[in-house]
Design a protein around this ligand. Sequence first.
Ligand code: MIC
Ligand code: SF4
Length: 648
Amino acid sequence: MAKNIVEKILGAHLVEGELKPGADIAIRIDQTLTQDATGTMAYLQFESMGLERVKADLAVSYVDHNTIQVGFENADDHVYLKSVAKRYGIIFSRPGNGICHQLHLERFGKPGTTLLGSDSHTPTGGGIGMVAIGAGGIDVAVAMGGGAFNLVCPRVTLVRLSGRLPSGVSAKDVILKVLSIYGTKGNVGRVLEYGGSGLSGLGVPARATITNMGAELGVTTSVFPSDEITRAFLRAQGREADWCGLAADAGAEYEDVLDIDLGALEPMAACPHSPGNIKTVAELAGTKVHQVLIGSCTNSSYRDLKTVALMLRGKKIHPDVEVGVAPGSRQVVNMLAQEGLLGELVAAGVRILENACGFCIGNHMSPGSNAVSLRTSNRNFEGRSGTLSAGIYLVSPETAAAAALTGKFTDPRGYALAEEVAEPERFDVDDSMFLFAETAGQGVPGTEIVRGPNIGEAPAGKPMPQDLDGVAVVKVGDKITTDHIMPAGARLKYRSNVPQYSKYVFENVDAGFHAAAAANRDSGLHNVIVAGESYGQGSSREHAAMCPMYLGVKALIAKSIERIHLANLINFGIVPFIFDAPADYDKIAKGDRLVIRDLRGAVGGSGHAAVENLTQGNTFKVTACLTPRQKKLLINGGLLSAVAAGQA
Ligand code: MIC
Ligand code: SF4
């Protein structure tokens, strides 16, 4: 039978279930990646599983998020991660090496394989034909230990590209176009597979930009074929042996098809405060811009930054705009330096930022009050930049560079280079910031694991109570992101310390949340979160479930829930209920007393439950759609407790 690429890769890795869209399946994971902000908890959880070494073919621990090192916390995390990597046979990417997704694409990704990463932008690997999926840290810990990854078998959409991008229009505009069509909600359980004649004009960095930002759609992942362009990229990285061809069979079937004519695209921008709030640059032209930041795992490749450097060459940035460039990796920095392009950027007035996540996660370069900031990153959620009143617009490197010169939103086509930057024949390869030679896959038993005072413990959940006797401790609206639930930025350094980090849950949404939730928990009441559509968009951070669990949250009742966060809730023993009738959302107010009799019976059985609202005097129905495995996890109080009880 003719197969599409997703069916081919999933089929070759299937260990449980049937490859039918909507079915529960489990797949073997070839490679794993973690980053430091999710990694410390992932490794604490891995340690508690008691294994001798990692079992995945390749496991890499990157340090790229918490590199600011104000105070001892970040450095403590780095030392802990380094010692764990040596002990268990994990490749350690030292701080200063670059952003996990850019580095993984450059040095380790392989077409046709599976990658599970504790970061929602792991699908960047789809740019070279991997099925690369983002997940919570504990799911990655299980995969590192050789366990399968459970997911819903996705529906596959073919995005058929034709034509060639006009000059001044680039990959970011393609994915912004897709976001303008599909939006950021309602795409759970779908994979986008790219194909069509337009592929021949898209290099690997362009493809990776597109798969990276598929995360903002909420799809499981996005994937490109592996062709001669992929091969040339891997050859230039000195890794041609890792290449294999991968294409859909003639006659392969898809759930649906989206046609995009690349030649008809124009420069686009995602406007505040959602990646799905799309306008054309022409519509925004003339809007004053205060800050331009270029980088992040979406647009920090050699191609992107060389394009920017050439657009700024011999010119000066506008006096009212601050401009920063954060390259994706040391390879990119070195190559720009060797070609004199870093010097061009500096001469133009650009601030050269560390090759790390940096501004993207809001832990530096926060804009001024009410500022307009143009960024090439992938998320513009309210407050993520560190400045609640700022308006963040997501744009291509070309649109960013044009605004850097003019101080306002400007159509970059008037400033475009005469020719697209060519991919190099040979990238500058230097793996010396990876520590792996003697440890990869093996580990060094007896290595001391170094735990500074910032390294806490992975909290385990308690078995599910018989009845839920609780309080609607918070009521939020639609599209609540995990940045709303668990802020990053200045709070990011507490990722390894759950009691401390828990103080900031819903900090920018409901400042009283922590005190109220802790008081309910301490008086023996359960906490319930009430939410609208698409709860848990964005980042994979499992702290958005782990910290609420620590504060006694036992259930969420929402209109709909996003994929990674849904899995995280279950992993931390929080029952993910959906309203049977969305209008029942209006039957609850913050502070209402809610009771579900025989919660255990409902979760272990059909998933249907009746919620009695004692305050309002009404009752309504909710359902948790759960697989047998998920029921077991919830009843045991989450994945870690289930592992300890021999139930996972
Ligand atoms: C993000 O871009 O939001 C992050 C920070 O990379 C997160 C992971 C995290 O919260 O540590 C993600 O995308 O999963
Ligand atoms: Fe880092 Fe930003 Fe990419 Fe997240 S989205 S991995 S914070 S660069």
